[in-house]
Write a protein that binds this ligand. Structure first.
Ligand SMILES: Cc1cc2nc3c(=O)[nH]c(=O)nc-3n(C[C@H](O)[C@H](O)[C@H](O)COP(=O)(O)OP(=O)(O)OC[C@H]3O[C@@H](n4cnc5c(N)ncnc54)[C@H](O)[C@@H]3O)c2cc1C
Length: 491
C-alpha cells in the first residue's frame, strides 16, 4: 500500500520504519528542513546541545523497534546508563544523588530522611506493582477494540490507585519534604501536575529507578539520525519543507494529503504524526469529523510546555553532574501557577542537562553546554512570551547563581532561548505543549486519541498527543500500535 506520513518526528520516523519493513511504500512529508521534531540539535561556537529530550527511559522499546526491522540497535547507537541518574538540590542545602543502585539511594535517605526509609522501600514495591498492573493494558496495547480490553483486569483496575492524586498518595506515605518532592516530580515526565494527576502515575518512578536512566552517546539527536538511516535503508522516501494542510477524503476514506502550496500526494493510508488536535481540527473539514469528536479533541488538556535556555559556558561547574534538578521551595504553588494560573512560576524548579559531563567534546576548551529547562504553562493569553522572555531568562540565571552556579552570567559565551511559542511555531504542537496531552484527569488514559481514527477510514495517528502518551518510549510505542492496527484492519 502507498502510505503518506505527515511529520518526521519520532512517531513518524518509527512508524515509517515499521511500515516500510512490512513492505509498504512509505513517504514522509515534513514541514521543516530536517527530521526529529522536538528531538532537535543545535551546534554553535563549538557547543553542541540537544534541544528536546535528554533522558532516555525504557530503552528496551528502542531495541525492539530495531529488532523488528531486522536491525541491531548496537550497529546504530551507543546507549549507556547514566549514573548518578540525577543530582537533586534542595533549597535547605540537602543534596541527593539518585542512582540505579538502590543500596546507595537508601544509604543517602538514611541520612536525610531516616524515618522514611521503610516508606521508601514500600513505595518501590507499590510503584513496581502499578507497572505490572498497567503495562499490558495501557502501554503495550493499542487499547482500540474490545479484544484489546481483554488485558484490562477489572480487579486490577481498582488496584491502580486511580482515585487519589499522585501528591495525595505520596504525602500519605512520607514525612520528608525532600522525598515527597523527589517522587512527585516524575509526574512531569508526561507533562502533568502531581497535584491533579491520578496516583497511577506513581508508576513512573519504577520505570526510572528500577530500569535506569540512559543517555545516547553523542546526544539524543543520534536517535533521529539512526532512525532516518534505518528508514532510508528500508526504502522510505523523505520530503522536507513540505507543510501539509489537508487530508483528502473521498467516499469516506482518505485519498492522500495536500500541502500548503496545493500539491497533492495521493495514498491509500495516511499516518499523522502532527498533533492530534491539528489533525482532527485543521486537516479535515467540519463535515468529515463529527461535532462530538471535535468537542472531545478540543476539551483535551495539553501537557505543560517548557522554557529552555541553551547556555554555552567557558568553564565547568564541579557541582553539576549529567542530569541536575534544583527544586523550588513550594512545589504545590509552582504547579498551581503553571496549570491553574497559566503563568511562569515565580520560584521555578530548574532542570539542567550537562552532557559535556559525559561527552567533553560537546563544549570547547573545558567549557560546558548547559541545557536549562523550566516547566511552563501551555500557551494562553495569560502569559506574553514576546514581552517577558528576556525577563524570565534573567530570573532563571539569577536563581542558578543563587543556588551555587556562581557568576554564571559572566561565563556565558553562547546563549539561545526556546519558548512555548517556538514549540508551537516549529512543530505545531497543540498550544506549545511538549508531551502531547496531560494526564491530569482520571480518565485521560481512555480519552487520549487512539492510533486509528474511528470516524475517518484509512487515517492513523502516532506521536505524543496519541495513545499511549508523550516521551521517547511511549511515542515509539504509538508507532507499534498504529502499525498493528494497520495490519489488523488494512492488510
Ligand atoms: C524540551 C523538551 C524536553 C523533553 N525531555 C524529554 C526527556 O528527557 N525524555 C523523553 O523521553 N521525552 C522528552 N521530551 C518529549 C519528547 O521529545 C516527545 O514526546 C517526542 O519527541 C515527541 O515526538 P512526536 O513524534 O510526538 O512529535 P514531534 O516531535 O512534535 O514531531 C512532529 C513532527 O511533525 C511535523 N509536522 C507538524 N505539523 C506538520 C504539517 N502540517 N505538515 C508536515 N509536518 C508537520 C513537525 O514539524 C514535527 O517534525 C521532551 C520534549 C521537549 C520539547
Amino acid at each position: 500500500m502507498n502510505i503518506n506520513i505527515i511529520g518526521a518526528g519520532l512517531g513518524g520516523l518509527a512508524a515509517s520504519c515499521l511500515l516500510a519493513n512490512r513492505g509498504h511504500n512509505v513517504t514522509v512529508l515534513e514541514k521543516n528542513e530536517r527530521p526529529g521534531g522536538k528531538i532537535g540539535e543545535v551546534t554553535a561556537e563549538g557547543f553542541r546541545f540537544d534541544t528536546g529530550p535528554s533522558l532516555l527511559t525504557m530503552p528496551f522499546v528502542l531495541d525492539r523497534l530495531f529488532e523488528v526491522c531486522d536491525a541491531n540497535i548496537n550497529d546504530y547507537l551507543d546507549i549507556q546508563p547514566v549514573n548518578p541518574i540525577c543530582r537533586y538540590f534542595y533549597q535547605n542545602g540537602t543534596q541527593f544523588d539518585c542512582y540505579k543502585d538502590n543500596g546507595v539511594n537508601i544509604a543517602q535517605i538514611q541520612e536525610f530522611a531516616p524515618n522514611d526509609v521503610q516508606a521508601y522501600k514500600k513505595f518501590q514495591e507499590y510503584s513496581e506493582q502499578l507497572y505490572e498492573r498497567t503495562k499490558d493494558a495501557f502501554l503495550f496495547n493499542p487499547l482500540f477494540g474490545l479484544s484489546d480490553l481483554s488485558s484490562l483486569n477489572l480487579t486490577d483496575f481498582f488496584k491502580i490507585d486511580a482515585f487519589k492524586t499522585v501528591a495525595e498518595r505520596i504525602d500519605g506515605m512520607f514525612e520528608s519534604t525532600e522525598l515527597r518532592q523527589f517522587l512527585k516530580r516524575f509526574t512531569t515526565y508526561n507533562g502533568s501536575s502531581p497535584f491533579q494527576a491520578p496516583a497511577t502515575l506513581n508508576v513512573i518512578p519504577h520505570v526510572e529507578l528500577a530500569m535506569g536512566g540512559h543517555y545516547i552517546n553523542g546526544g539524543i539527536f543520534e536517535l533521529i539520525e539512526a532512525l532516518t538511516k534505518l528508514s532510508s535503508k528500508l526504502g522510505v522516501t523523505f520530503q522536507y519543507n513540505t507543510e501539509i494542510k489537508r487530508i483528502g477524503i473521498a467516499d469516506g476514506k482518505v485519498s492522500g494529503v495536500t500541502d500548503v502550496d496545493g500539491n497533492h500526494y495521493p495514498s491509500d493510508l495516511v499516518v499523522s504524526n502532527a498533533d492530534a488536535a491539528e489533525t482532527y481540527l485543521n486537516f479535515v473539514t467540519d463535515s468529515e469529523v463529527s461535532t462530538l469528536k471535535q468537542k472531545k479533541i478540543s476539551s483535551l488538556e495539553p501537557s505543560c510546555s517548557g522554557f529552555v535556555l541553551l547556555l554555552g559556558i567557558d568553564k565547568s561547574y564541579d557541582e553539576l553532574t549529567h542530569h541536575n534538578i534544583f527544586f523550588s521551595e513550594d512545589y504545590q504553588r509552582e504547579f498551581e501557577q503553571i496549570f491553574d494560573e497559566k503563568m511562569m512560576p515565580e520560584d521555578p524548579t530548574i532542570y539542567i542537562a550537562n552532557t559535556s559531563h559525559s561527552n567533553p567534546r560537546h563544549a570547547p576548551d573545558g567549557g560546558s553546554n548547559l541545557f536549562v529547562l523550566v516547566n511552563a504553562p501551555y500557551l494562553s493569553d495569560q502569559y506574553n512570551w514576546q514581552k517577558r522572555e528576556d525577563q524570565y531568562k534573567q530570573k532563571v540565571i539569577r536563581a542558578l547563581e543563587k543556588r551555587g552556579l556562581t557568576d554564571l552570567e559572566k561565563h556565558i559565551v553562547y546563549s539561545q532561548s526556546i519558548t512555548p511559542r517556538d514549540f508551537y511555531q516549529q512543530y505545531r504542537s497543540n498550544k506549545g505543549s511538549i508531551y502531547g496531552t496531560s494526564s491530569n484527569s482520571k480518565l485521560s488514559a481512555f480519552l487520549r486519541p487512539r492510533n486509528k481514527s474511528r470516524s475517518i477510514k484509512g487515517l492513523y495517528l502516532v506521536g505524543g498527543s496519541t495513545h499511549p502518551g508523550g516521551g521517547i518510549p511511549l511515542v515509539t510505542l504509538s508507532a507499534f500500535h498504529a502499525t498493528e492496527l494497520i495490519q489488523r484492519f488494512e492488510e
